[in-house]
Write a protein that binds this ligand. Structure first.
Ligand code: SF4
Ligand code: SF4
Length: 443
C-alpha cells in the first residue's frame, strides 16, 4: 500500500493527541537569570555548517562580539554571551546529539560590557541589508529547529511566498516560554513580523495560537489592531492539540492545504516563523543586537517553575538551582518538552539557541509489549501515516519498503508512541529506519 491512510479513510488532518498540558510556569512573568561565572558555547548551535572560531585563549571579549564566523551560506556566527576572557577552546557535549563538539569557554569579568550596537531604521533598509543583519546577528529558528533564518527568508525565486504563518502554538506540554513572550513582548514580535513581511513582500500573515491561551490571543489581537503591519494580519485560535505547532500541521490547519511529501511549507506558498525568532529578528535589524539570550522555561520537578531569560552557554544546573532545585525523586533532565525533547546525560549541559525548556522529571521506562494492531497510532498521527508499519519494517530490517509508507513525512512528534497501549517506542524505530535510508542514500 503506498497511499496515505488519511486519503484512504477520508480523515481530515491534523489528527493529534491531548497530553496533559502541565503549563506549570504559565503564570510566572519572564525573569532574567543571574549571569553565570562562565559559559560554554558550542560552535554548532544550528542546522548547517558549524561556525569557525575566530578567538583564541586569553582574548578579552565583550557581550555580542563575534567569537565564531559563519562557515558558508547555511551557517550563522556565534557571539560572546558574557564579557570577560576566553578561557579555552574546548570540547563541549552537544545537548542535541550528545556527541562532543568544539566550543568556546568564556570566563566572566562580572562587568557585562556590550559591544557598541548599531541600530537602523528597518523600513529604509534594502532586503539584502536586512538579510545581512539577520545573518550577522546569528538568528536561527528558536522553536527548536535552529535552521538559519536568513536562509529561510531567501526562498528560491520560483517559490512564490504569499503568506507568513507565525507559530505561537507552543503545543508541547510544560513549555510556556513563547506564551510569556507573546504576553510580555508583543511589540517586538509584531515588529519582527513587519520586517519579515517587508523582506518577502508578503501582504498576508496568520498568527496561530492554541485556543487554550486566551490572554495571548487577546494581547496579540490588540497589538495587531494598534500596530501598522503592511497587509492583512489575522490572529487565529487553533485547536489545542499536540502537535499543532508542527509546521505541516499548522499549514493544514490554517491554509487547509498539504505540504507535499518531502517538501516544505514554501512549496505551498507560505513560510513559518516562531514568535521568539521574530522578536530576535526585530532586535537584530532595528537594534543591531546579536542573539545572545533567550527565554527558557525551567519546569517539572523543581521548587518553583519559571520562565527565565538566559544567556546561551549557561549550565542547565544553575537554572534548576535558581528554581529551587530538583525534587529528590527526579532523575532526568530533558531539553525541550516531554514529547520531542532530548534527555541530557549531564545536568550542566549548556543552554543553546534552540533550547526552549529545561524539564526535570522522573524517568519513565515502560516495558514494551507486542503490537496488538489496535490502530491508535494511525488515528493519532497528524501526518496520516501508518506508524505500526514503520515498526514492523524496521524490525524486519526491510528499510527499502519504508519509503512506500512515506516515512519522510514523519515529523517525529511522538503522538503515535504517546497513544500506543503496547508502550512501543515507535519514534526510536522511525529514527533507526530514517538513518538506515540515509545510509543507503535514500532521502
Ligand atoms: S498503537 Fe501500538 S499497539 Fe496499537 S497498532 Fe499502533 S503500534 Fe500497535
Ligand atoms: S512520530 Fe511520525 S508517525 Fe508518529 S505520529 Fe508523529 S508524524 Fe506520525
Amino acid at each position: 500500500m503506498n497511499t496515505r491512510v488519511v486519503e484512504l479513510l477520508g480523515l481530515k488532518c491534523p489528527a493529534g493527541v491531548h497530553p496533559p498540558s502541565q503549563k506549570l510556569a504559565a503564570g510566572h512573568a519572564i525573569e532574567r537569570a543571574p549571569l553565570p561565572k562562565s559559559v560554554a558555547l558550542p560552535l554548532q548551535q544550528h542546522i548547517g555548517a558549524p561556525a569557525k572560531a575566530i578567538v583564541k585563549r586569553g582574548d578579552e571579549v565583550k557581550v555580542g562580539q563575534k567569537i565564531a564566523e559563519a562557515d558558508g551560506f547555511v551557517s550563522v556566527p556565534i557571539h560572546a554571551t558574557l564579557s570577560g576572557t576566553v578561557k579555552h577552546l574546548a570540547t563541549v557535549a552537544s545537548p542535541v546529539t550528545g556527541h562532543p563538539v568544539s566550543g568556546v569557554i568564556i570566563e566572566s569579568d562580572g562587568k557585562d560590557e556590550w559591544i557598541e550596537l548599531t541600530p537602523a531604521d528597518s523600513e529604509t533598509l534594502s532586503k539584502e541589508d536586512i538579510l545581512t543583519r539577520v545573518k550577522d546577528a546569528g538568528i536561527v529558528g528558536m522553536g527548536g529547529a535552529t535552521f538559519p533564518t536568513h536562509v529561510k527568508l531567501s526562498p528560491p525565486p520560483e517559490k512564490s511566498i504569499k503568506s507568513i504563518i507565525v507559530n505561537g502554538a507552543e503545543c508541547e506540554p510544560y513549555i510556556t516560554a513563547d506564551d510569556r513572550l507573546m504576553l510580555e513582548e508583543t511589540d517586538r514580535i509584531l515588529r519582527g513580523l513587519k520586517t519579515v513581511m517587508q523582506v518577502l513582500s508578503v501582504k498576508r500573515a496568520y498568527i496561530a495560537i492554541e485556543e487554550n491561551k486566551p490572554e495571548a490571543i487577546a494581547r496579540m489581537r490588540q497589538g495587531v489592531a494598534e500596530g501598522s503591519l503592511p497587509g492583512e494580519v489575522e490572529v487565529v485560535a487553533v485547536p489545542a492539540k499536540y502537535p499543532m505547532g508542527a509546521e505541516k500541521t499548522l499549514v493544514k490547519s490554517i491554509l487547509n492545504t498539504e505540504v507535499p511529501e518531502g517538501g516544505l511549507p514554501m512549496d505551498v506558498g507560505t513560510l513559518i516563523q516562531n514568535v521568539a525568532t521574530l522578536a530576535a529578528v526585530y532586535d537584530a535589524v532595528a537594534l543591531g543586537k546579536p542573539l545572545v539570550e533567550r527565554v527558557v522555561t525551567v519546569t517539572g520537578l523543581v521548587g518553583t517553575p519559571k520562565n527565565l531569560l538566559v544567556r546561551f552557554g549557561t549550565a542547565a544546573s544553575s537554572l534548576i538551582e535558581q528554581c529551587g532545585g530538583a525534587d529528590p525523586s527526579a532523575d532526568e533532565v530533558i531539553f525541550g518538552g516531554p514529547m520531542m525533547g532530548i534527555a541530557q546525560s549531564r545536568d550542566d549541559t549548556p543552554i543553546l539557541k534552540g533550547t526552549n525548556c529545561v524539564l526535570v522529571k522522573r524517568s519513565d521506562i515502560r516495558e514494551e509489549y507486542s503490537c496488538i494492531r489496535c490502530g491508535r497510532c494511525i488515528e493519532s498521527c497528524p501526518m496520516g501515516l501508518m506508524p505500526l508499519q514503520f515498526v514492523n519494517l524496521v524490525k524486519k530490517e526491510d528499510y527499502e519498503s519504508l519509503a512506500n509508507y512515506h516515512i519522510a513525512d514523519c515529523v517525529e512528534c511522538g503522538a503515535c508512541a504517546y497513544d500506543c497501549p503496547a508502550n512501543i517506542p515507535i519514534v526510536s524505530y522511525i529514527k533507526t529506519g530514517k538513518a538506515e535510508l540515509r545510509k543507503a542514500g535514500v532521502r
